[in-house]
Design a protein around this ligand. Structure first.
Ligand SMILES: *Cc1c(COP(=O)(O)O)cnc(C)c1O
Length: 394
């Protein structure tokens, strides 16, 4: 069987896959089995935050796997404790962390914290969570219900858990709050929903209002976190201190990890939550190495330079091809180009792949760019050369 036949025979068909067989990566370049090089502007959907084959990450993992990969959360895990400290310090957040294995699981933890807060802090239980249209919070039954896109709530998987409602735009959160509302769950830049950032002033006003009314603000930083928007967390960029923050994608540099961080350190008691794999030696060692690399890039100013350079390039493209693009959107190295229509967006992505450049799609007809935060100027230039070739062939 060919690899494609093997995949189709034995792997469930939940993705419309591309069948290029990548065998090696170096920085922001990927190589297929025939030795062709591809520029990677996707970084595994914001996961390979330090690029492929990063020496700091690889060495840290090699050293750790020779010792212990996993014990369990019944024992203390040194890199887990150190990673929790690092995340709190770098985000300047006075909180504590629970480690999971994915973004959806981190959000599940956040919802559990909020629900218990609503149970224990008020005479009448508060349990409702408000989310936003165009949001994305995961694929478990609960997080898919929290996702504010009707197409995700297919009757195929019903019934869904109660207590979630969606509003169109931040300005409509207020009127939706009732005496059973415990939390508002938002992304600061809606990733899957079209790389759409919210206004800083609107976010700050909402945060202030919720605090005054003792309603929790949960910020889903699964995609925006770990320097993706230019600082450790998008919450740092927006200068807010949410009650609960979730992270995942970029944190492990490719090793599965999720994290839920909260300032409400005493809500969870032993037995309230758990995970077999969450925060094990492998994933938290990866997290420590990733943060070492990225915090150094931030301190040295290279991160700011990279994202400024990438943004200017993208703005030039948007201006040069007004027939294709309506707008340039995003924050930091989480960016998008809004395309006139869905068919054109799909053909831009296909033509990019033909020209050996990997880009992604997102909602609202957006071509999405999520390069590694370590991407070099030369890789950015080469990627955009290929992108223009793709655009010129449309
Ligand atoms: C990707 C993503 C998730 C889901 O993460 P998984 O690791 O796929 O479970 C949740 N929220 C946001 C904002 C995401 O971008």
């Amino acid at each position: 069987m060919t690899l494609e036949e093997l995949d189709k025979a034995y792997v469930l068909h939940t993705y419309n896959r591309n069948y290029t067989n990548f065998v090696k990566g170096e920085g922001s370049t990927l190589f297929d089995e025939n030795g062709n090089d591809y520029i990677d502007f996707a970084s595994g959907i914001a996961v390979n935050s330090v690029g492929h084959n990063n020496p700091v990450l690889v060495t840290a993992l090699q050293n750790q796997v020779e010792k212990i990969i996993h014990i369990s959360n019944l024992q203390v895990i040194e890199p887990q404790a150190k990673l929790a400290e690092q995340i709190c310090k770098l985000s300047r957040y006075d909180g504590a962390i629970f480690f999971a294995n994915s973004g959806a699981e981190a959000n599940e933890g956040a919802i559990k914290i909020a629900r218990k807060y609503g149970e224990t802090k008020f005479d009448k239980k508060r349990y409702k969570v408000i989310t936003l249209e165009h949001s994305f919070h995961g694929r478990t039954i609960t997080t898919v219900k929290a996702t504010g896109q009707e197409s995700f709530h297919t009757p195929n998987f019903s019934p869904y858990p109660d207590g979630f409602s969606y509003v169109n735009g931040l300005e409509n959160v207020y009127a939706n709050i009732d005496d059973e509302t415990v939390a508002v769950l938002i992304e600061l830049v809606q990733g899957e929903g079209g790389v759409q950032p919210f206004e800083k002033a609107e976010i700050q006003a909402l945060a202030k209002y919720l605090k005054a009314h003792d309603i929790l603000l949960i910020v889903d930083e699964v995609q925006t976190g770990i320097y993706r928007t230019g600082k450790m967390l998008a919450s740092n960029v927006y200068e807010i201190e949410p009650d609960i923050i979730t992270m995942a994608k970029g944190l492990g540099g490719g090793v599965p990890i999720g994290a839920v961080m909260t300032k409400h350190k005493d809500i969870f008691l032993p037995g309230d939550h758990g995970s077999t794999f969450g925060g094990n030696y492998l994933s938290t060692t990866a997290g420590l190495a990733v943060l070492e690399v990225l915090s150094a890039l931030d301190d040295g100013g290279q991160l700011t330079e990279t994202l400024a350079y990438f943004t200017v390039k993208l703005q030039e493209i948007a201006k040069k091809y007004p027939n294709l693009f309506d707008a340039e959107v995003g924050l930091g190295l989480m960016r998008g180009l809004r395309v006139k229509d869905n068919d054109t967006m799909k053909s831009i992505i296909a033509k990019s792949m033909e020209n050996k450049l990997i880009v992604l799609s997102a909602g609202r007809n957006t071509v999405r760019f999520l390069p590694a935060l370590t991407i070099t100027i030369a890789e950015i230039d080469e990627g955009f050369t290929r992108f223009e070739k793709a655009l010129n062939s449309i």
